[in-house]
Design a protein around this ligand. Sequence first.
Ligand code: FE2
Length: 250
Amino acid sequence: MIDLHCHILPGIDDGPDDLEGSLAMAREHVARGTGVVVATPHVGWDYPNTPEVIEAGVAEVNAALRAEGIELEVLAGAEVALTRAVDMSAEQLAGLRLGDGPWLLLEAPISVDSPGIEGLVGIVQSRGVRVLLAHPERCASFHTDPGLLERLVAAGCLAQVTAGALTGFFGRTVQGAARRYVDAGLIHVVASDAHDDAHRAPGMSAPMEEAGYGPLAPWMGADVPRALLDGVPVPPRPAFAPRPARRRRF
Ligand SMILES: [Fe+2]
């Protein structure tokens, strides 16, 4: 599996505080079947990370992984806040893409309903990057405007769901949105959005399986991520009939 959204670099955002924390996450990734992780630290007004800072973090983590014999490859990327991205030049945005591919992981505001998102995303697209929307199921604007994701996908965006959202980690509203989007074919990538090795931990296959989406896991968690990193067309989604998730009793 290839995880396109993970806060694994130490000390530069709300991910692990130190290298030991990064290595603990890496061990969890490997244990849960992930072989490639794109490091996506926040880039926004709160976290003014630059490509140089991110590259240095990736080099540090990869050196430690090799020293520890951990079979994980970390690539450079970023999770860029939409409100920050619109103020960046084409050159700045290009430096924050996922791996060496053409895609930028873009995060809409989580808790604030922001009218005008389509226009802002269009501005970012016009600067030469392709847009992978980070976890729209968690963003307020997508809840208040049910057609927003479909319009953005029609405009060339792809969308990433967070694995834990499908199993209810972020609550029922987010879970319901996540399932509706996947069922409607509006989600192309599953990622962990892990921040540590325990609470918001790595892993995509098990939550996909638990949520009843196991047959889509290889496509959303490996085939599409590889295509995005390679800059080639997204392979067609396998035939899949949604079935009810396993019910949890409280
Ligand atoms: Fe994230």
